[in-house]
Design a protein around this ligand. Structure first.
Ligand SMILES: Nc1nc2c(ncn2[C@@H]2O[C@H](COP(=O)(O)OP(=O)(O)OP(=O)(O)O)[C@@H](O)[C@H]2O)c(=O)[nH]1
Length: 395
């Protein structure tokens, strides 16, 4: 082979090899760059293909690109928040019967204990003492417990029998006597002289005032009444919100002011609003206050006096927590001195077996228990019915 031809072939092969090498390098150097910028489904594309745009508009392509407006911006302006749905609460009649099972759950152990003791073969001194202790443990109070035992002893002796049904009947009568089956327990909610009835709700912190105010408003609305609520617990902002929620659910207007406002002025305005609206009942929720704090108790007296410049106060409901026992009694005494309590709302009776507090608090204050709270549900407040109560105790 000609040397020139051989050299030419070598040069051509060398050129081809070098060219091929650069071609491969260039490709390699482009590919990773593309990989860095190319979006994955959730990445950021340089420019979306029209098809992709349509898909994105339809919301079918993953996360939107960072430079694209967020979905919320693109979406039409949100509609006005829907007005809360006004509920139609059930009427108050027969509530305690409906809640009897709950009452039986919390109170019947005490009733069953009494019945077992009374049905014992021999009713000796020790057994009678045990009966008295059982009554005292249920917070019925020593005076009432002694009276019940004395009466039962006499009647059992006279009757000469201890048939279970008869014993049950005797105990039922004695308990009803102590509770007072004939007391006037109606909450004064009726409008009069062209004005709404005015109810003030008072008590120490956490007893359930706001909840009871809300539940009572619901029950009244359920009975076909119109109600205005006064959020005079200006001390605790959450209480106003809580009351607003209760009112909103049943369409009852709530008169409120900023946190720390003068509670007397809120109460006054609420009554004025009630009169203006021709409402049936105005219920004023007041701040929880310790009965031991003179300043706070004076303030409560002032709230009542200021309201009375506008209208008489028909009902002062003292809310007592049934689980606090003797302490509740002490609170009741002090409140009664300051604001002339006319009725008691005994809450949380579902959480204690000490239902006997009803007897004691009425005896101490001479004021009837008018309402009982039997749970946290919106309709778990009932007008107090002594017979249903005693029957729940005795099972
Ligand atoms: N189990 C039960 N809980 C109740 C009852 N009544 C109220 N409560 C609960 O008691 C707690 C306190 O109720 P509120 O109404 O906030 O008490 P308040 O007296 O207004 O409280 P302050 O404004 O702090 O004085 C809440 O968790 C209520 O749900 C009842 O009858 N049974």
């Amino acid at each position: 082979m000609d040397i020139t031809l051989l050299v030419s072939i070598i040069v051509v092969v060398a050129l081809l090899a070098v060219g091929g090498f650069f071609l491969v390098r260039t490709r390699r150097s482009v590919t990773p760059g593309k990989e860095e910028t190319k979006p994955e489904v959730t990445g950021e594309p340089e420019e979306a293909a029209p098809e992709e745009d349509r898909e994105r508009d339809a919301g079918t392509v993953g996360t939107p690109p960072a430079h694209a407006p967020p979905a919320e911006e693109a979406a039409p302006a949100p509609a006005e928040p829907a007005a809360p749905e006004i509920e139609t609460p059930p009427p108050s009649a027969g509530r305690m019967v409906r809640l009897r099972a709950r009452l039986a759950r919390s109170q019947s152990s005490f009733g069953q204990g009494l019945l077992t003791l009374l049905s014992a073969k021999t009713l000796d001194e020790d057994t009678w003492e045990e009966i008295e202790d059982t009554l005292i443990t249920a917070d019925i109070g020593v005076t009432s417990a002694t009276q019940i035992v004395e009466n039962l002893r006499t009647r059992v002796k006279v009757l000469g029998t201890r048939d279970t049904e008869e014993v049950r009947g005797l105990l039922r009568e004695e308990l009803l006597n102590q509770i007072g089956a004939d007391a006037d327990r109606a909450v004064r909610t009726e409008p009069h002289s062209g004005r709404p009835a005015v109810i003030m709700v008072v008590g120490v912190n956490g007893t359930g005032k706001t909840t009871t105010t809300g539940k009572l408003a619901r029950a009244l609305v359920g009975d076909g009444r119109s109600v205005v609520l006064g959020a005079a617990d200006t001390f605790r902002a959450a209480a106003t919100e809580q009351l607003q929620t209760w009112g909103g659910r049943v369409g009852a207007p709530v008169v409120r002011k900023e946190e720390g406002a003068d509670p007397a002025s809120v109460a006054f305005d609420a009554v004025a609003r009630g009169i203006e609206d021709g409402a049936d009942t105005v219920i004023i929720d007041t701040a929880g206050r310790l009965h031991t704090k003179t300043g706070l108790m004076d303030e409560l007296g002032k709230v009542k006096r200021v309201v009375e410049k506008k209208s008489q106060v028909d009902e002062v409901l003292l809310v007592l927590d049934a689980t606090t026992g003797q302490n509740g009694l002490r609170q009741a005494r002090v409140f009664a001195e300051v604001v002339n309590v006319t009725g008691i709302a005994l809450t949380k009776l579902d959480g204690t077996a000490k239902g006997g507090i009803i007897v004691q608090v009425q005896r101490e204050l001479g004021v009837p228990v008018k309402l009982v709270g039997l749970g946290e549900g919106p309709d778990d407040l009932a007008p107090f019915d002594p017979e249903v109560f005693v029957d729940a105790i005795l099972g």
